[in-house]
Design a protein around this ligand. Structure first.
Ligand SMILES: NC(=O)c1ccc[n+]([C@@H]2O[C@H](COP(=O)([O-])OP(=O)(O)OC[C@H]3O[C@@H](n4cnc5c(N)ncnc54)[C@H](OP(=O)(O)O)[C@@H]3O)[C@@H](O)[C@H]2O)c1
Length: 247
């Protein structure tokens, strides 16, 4: 499963799952755009790791929710590596509150980043992916989009929204031979999970048949498969990596 010289854009690649994806794609020969919003030094560390592993990397600051930021990230991608072949829409955020305490602002911000960011990035790279050999749109959803989760009405809505988006883009890309799929992780050991209180983490763990949280690398291996030519006949799918939780 080589990705030699494939240009892969990974949003939110400075930490957590995005970081593991960027490093893994780079270690398999890809040119990786390492997008970040605020964690500059971490993003440069990721880029160094990619280069040390034999890939090429370009760290790019862009808030995925800001159209102009994304447009300039796309320009820089083309200047450095040519057209993108793979876009991994990974950047995401949470503002967790019970619905009765959730404000319209909490709702809008999460939608703006988790869905608005996906719109902006997909729009900016759509023509590249459509015309690429084996173009790939990969959206990182969540088991929470499948099951719902207490205190995450805004977040769960965005993650469910990605299913309809992915399925539609799969249909619209199909005649070009490019694909669109979702990878839907369960609960993964990252800063995002750290924000969940320990007693809630313990409750979640009891629902996971494999009896552990995922590592970011567990998810990165699946993304690498989807990014590679080996997944060519799979489109519009949800690849669930959740340790055997229902769904
Ligand atoms: N952790 C889990 O249990 C879990 C489970 C299922 C799905 N997911 C999904 O997997 C993805 C990554 O989650 P994670 O746990 O790795 O999160 P994380 O550790 O909180 O890292 C989030 C990453 O997204 C970036 N980011 C956030 N807002 C951004 C924006 N507006 N523009 C650009 N980048 C932005 C952050 O960059 P900066 O640090 O530079 O701000 C960071 O690199 C998310 O879509 C999340 O919903 C996570």
């Amino acid at each position: 499963m080589t990705l030699d010289d494939r240009t892969c854009v990974v949003t939110g690649a400075s930490r957590g799952i995005g970081r593991a994806i960027a490093e893994d794609l780079g270690a398999h020969g890809a040119n990786v755009v390492v997008n970040y919003r605020t964690s500059e030094s971490e993003a440069y560390e990721v880029a160094d790791a990619v280069e040390e592993a034999g890939g090429s990397a370009l760290p790019v600051q862009a808030d995925v929710a800001v159209e102009d930021d994304v447009a300039s990230m796309a320009e820089r991608t083309t200047e450095a590596f040519g057209d993108a072949e793979v876009l991994v829409n990974n950047a995401g955020m949470t503002i967790d509150k019970k619905f009765e305490n959730m404000t319209r602002e909490d709702w809008d911000r999460v939608i703006e980043v988790n869905l608005g960011g996906v719109f902006n990035c997909t729009k900016a790279y759509f023509e590249d992916i459509k015309h690429a050999d084996h173009g790939r749109l990969i959206n990182i959803s969540s088991v929470v989009g499948q099951q719902g989760n207490y205190g995450q009405a805004n977040y769960a809505t965005t993650k469910s929204g990605l299913f309809g988006f992915t399925r539609t883009l799969a249909l619209e890309l199909a005649t070009s031979g490019s694909t669109a799929n979702c990878v839907s992780p369960g609960f993964v050991e990252t800063d995002m999970l750290e924000t969940v209180p320990e007693r809630v983490q313990e409750k979640i763990l009891r629902r996971i048949p494999l009896d552990r949280f995922a590592t970011p690398q567990d998810i990165a291996g699946i993304v690498r498969f989807v990014a590679s030519e080996d997944s060519s006949y799979m489109t519009g799918q949800i690849l669930a990596a959740n340790g055997g939780m229902e769904w």
